[in-house]
Design a protein around this ligand. Sequence first.
Ligand SMILES: [Zn+2]
Length: 224
Amino acid sequence: MSIEQEFLKKEIIKYGNLLITKGLVTGTGGNISVRVSKDLMMVTPSGMAYDQLISEDLVMLDLEGNIVEGKRKPSIEVNMHRAILKARSDVNAVIHTHSVYATAIAVTRQDFPPVIDAMAIVFGGGVKTADYARVGTWELAENVVEALGNKPAALLANHGAVGVGKSLAGALDVCELLEASAKSYIYASMIGKPVVLAEELIKAEQEDMATRYGQKSGSQYGIK
Ligand SMILES: [Zn+2]
């Protein structure tokens, strides 16, 4: 195993623990994958607590689902991870969470409309909810790929959320922003009618922020 692969495994474990401490999953919920090379990926094992994981527990597979390295059974959502990595050459990291507010919207099976400026900038608008399919199925994987399109986030009907990025840091930022936005949207719905941002405004926000925000041009999230 290369030093680079060993580093990736440690990173995945670190981010798994962050999902717990940031409240984006509970117990053994959620899962994480990273692209190792064009056709190889690494994924968290099925049903193991993040704080118990060691490097050897991670599973390396090709994008067809054949295990290349590792003794553990891969995450039950491995199909979703590999379908996303296959469909999106711009994506190197996929994080699936069960964060409470994002999942609350997913339970309604409604799409999440663009109601927060940061959503316009980072997500390029609203977030779609993938049609329902059972946990771990190829049908769910396809539905999520369709809901994602070229965006960095999607909701999974009656299940949770997924965030993708060029890096694990980028994917985690997406998951956190999605959860914070969902919380604001749900609270706003309790005191009034949330105002959905107009399409022209979303385009203008994106163009504007690409040149004005941060220390260098472009989004800090890796994927806009
Ligand atoms: Zn799940």
